[in-house]
Each structure stands twice: as C-alpha cells, then as structure tokens.
Design a protein around this ligand. Sequence first.
Ligand code: AMP
Length: 283
Amino acid sequence: MIVFDNKRELTTYLDELKRKGLSLGFVPTMGALHDGHSSLILEGLQDNTYVVVSIFVNPTQFNNNEDLEKYPRTLEKDVSLLQTISEDRIIVYSPRASDIYGEKIASEHFDFDGLEHEMEGRFRPGHFDGVGTVVKRLFEIVKPDRAYFGKKDYQQLMILKKLVSKHDLGVKVIGCDIFRADDGLAMSSRNERLSKAQRAAAPFIYKTLNAAKAKFGTNSAKEITDWMQEQFENHELLTLEYFLIADAETLKTIKQKSTNKSYRAFIAVYAGEVRLIDNIALN
Ligand code: AMP
C-alpha cells in the first residue's frame, strides 16, 4: 500500500495513472477508520480502478478546540485496515496541515445557497466553510472522477454536491448509505470516545429515529418533534441538541408535509462531551 504525505509526490503518481486512462475514486476521511468508511471505499473500488483515501483531521472544520484535540488519530491502524480491503488498489494521502493550507490555516468563505445555515451550520459556526475549503483543495489535488460521502453527514453531502456544481469541479459526488453497528448506532470515529455506559445508551438515538419515521404517516412534524423532545427530556446519559424534520433537498425545517417531496429527520445528541449525529429518510 502506498502512503503519501505530500501532494507533490501524490500528484506525480496520480498523473501517471490518469495518463494511462485509469479511473480514480476518492474517499476523504479524518481517519480512525471504521466499517462506515470501509463501505464507502468498497463502493469506490467497484466503480474505479483506484481509490484514494485521504486521512486528515481538518482543523478548520472544528468549532470546538477540545473536540479537535481529542479527535482520535490512529494512522498505523488505519493503514492496516485499508490493507485488508485492498493491498494494491488503495492509495493513501495523509498530509500535514501545511500541505493543504500552506502557512496560514484558515477557511475560505462559501455561499451554498442557504444549505449551510441549517442544522449543523447553526450549531457549528464556520463548520461548512472548513469542510468546503478542505474538500475543494483535496479535489484540486486528487482530481478524482468520483468522490464518495456518507449520508451519515447528509447535510455535508448536499453541500458538497453544491460545491461541485457552483465551482464546476468536474467530480461526480456519490452519496452512500449509513453504515450501522448491529444495535443500530451509526458508526462514527467519535464512538471510540464513548464510555461503556454511553455506548450502551447510544442506540436509543436510532431507535427513536425509527419511531419518528413510523409516526410520520399519521402525525404532524410538530407532534413528532414534541414527542422526540419528551423522549430525551429526562434521559440520564443523552442530551438532545436538536431534532427536526426537513425537506431532503432544501434542508429547511418543515411545519407541514406536502405531497411529492422527500423528507428526512435529523438529530444531534450529546453523550457527555461526545457529539453524535444521525438522520433517517422518512418517506
Ligand atoms: P469522517 O472521517 O467522519 O470525516 O467521515 C469520512 C466520510 O465517511 C464522510 O463522507 C462520512 O459521511 C462517511 N461516514 C462516516 N461514518 C459513516 C457511516 N457510519 N456510514 C456511512 N458513511 C460514513
């Protein structure tokens, strides 16, 4: 497995592959890889000759310094996991911040036509400017044919589709299903930071999302939102930050359903200091 830590060597290598007409998939990650990441990589390997996996804990997308400091960094383990997926068709790019940002670690500002002001954008100021900045730079370095992102971060996926269309980046953005543990908890690198008790409690998030989905046919969005808040009101280990039902395209919170539209429920929960997000298609 080839691991590059700088863009100069990476691009020289990738240019040679492209010259041969080989296709390139791309899976950007922040490392601490798990089966959710693997599912994206496997999808990339089905569609492309090679898959580039970047492993980079991007400082500009963190609005909380402690979250950034405590974010797990497990490069050796990550490379071993990737080796079990494919020895010769995965290319790893694990840069230092200076390789992406030069001297000054700062975000560009983006206009994603309002998608950035909803949900995560509201609770994590600057987050999507950081995501947009790093993904745009990574796309410019890797120049993939296709890039794979998880619906676990559904808002991010929609924003990156917008990034590509607004900036004409020529990459096909593909959304992949949420990969879950057997008990329903969406896989996340942050799950590693949960205590035993918090980990045992966390599947409650998906359980209530499913219940919200079951109610969607008969109850209003407001009734479901109120019900959800009640479920978490006196929870010992989980604190609800937000739950809402939104239009799956505009991500705007809805008050009333209309026909011919797709809706999703979105949730953010704290287990102690660990922030977990999840979402589900409602129709
Ligand atoms: P991260 O390393 O958390 O930044 O995630 C890298 C990519 O993996 C993003 O596109 C995420 O949406 C995706 N991802 C993370 N967890 C999951 C999961 N449980 N299922 C599917 N995709 C995921």
